[in-house]
Design a protein around this ligand. Structure first.
Ligand code: FES
Length: 135
């Protein structure tokens, strides 16, 4: 899973960049971030939580915001996910996998792979929430 097999604790430069400069992170009160759908999930492995909110226009994710109490891997993974999902149709965004997120980041340490699933599970819930509201 990691590009640096010699050190299973090593993060790639891309992971570090997304951890230190997370894209689409909701600053301030998340309740004030207006959205068309939102999803929140907890990670059963570690108990961390993730919130993802989306704004939808013409069937596409126009904007995405997120917040987490998760670790560096969860932050980097969800930052990457937000970049991958923005501008996509709801259907395509919902198909983004944890492996695609890991590949985007140049790999994650194997024992941190479970952190990468949080964001896309929360995104899935946000999309479902939007579809329920609009059906
Ligand atoms: S350790 Fe909880 S999300 Fe990474």
């Amino acid at each position: 899973m990691s590009e640096n097999n010699a050190n299973p604790f090593a993060y790639t430069e891309i992971v570090k960049d997304h951890f230190l400069n997370p894209r689409n992170f909701i600053m301030g009160d998340e309740k004030e971030w207006q959205s068309d759908g939102e999803g929140i999930v907890g990670n059963p492995v570690c108990g961390d939580q993730m919130l993802v909110k989306i704004r939808v226009k013409n069937g596409k994710i126009e904007d995405i915001g997120w917040k987490t109490y998760g670790c560096a891997s969860a932050i980097a993974s969800t930052s990457a996910l937000s970049e991958l999902a923005k501008g996509q149709t709801l259907e395509d965004a919902d198909k983004i996998t944890a492996k695609e997120i890991c590949d985007f980041l140049g790999g994650l340490p194997e024992h941190k792979f479970h952190c990468s699933v949080l964001g896309h599970q929360a995104l899935h819930k946000a999309i479902q929430n939007y579809l329920e509201k609009t059906s």
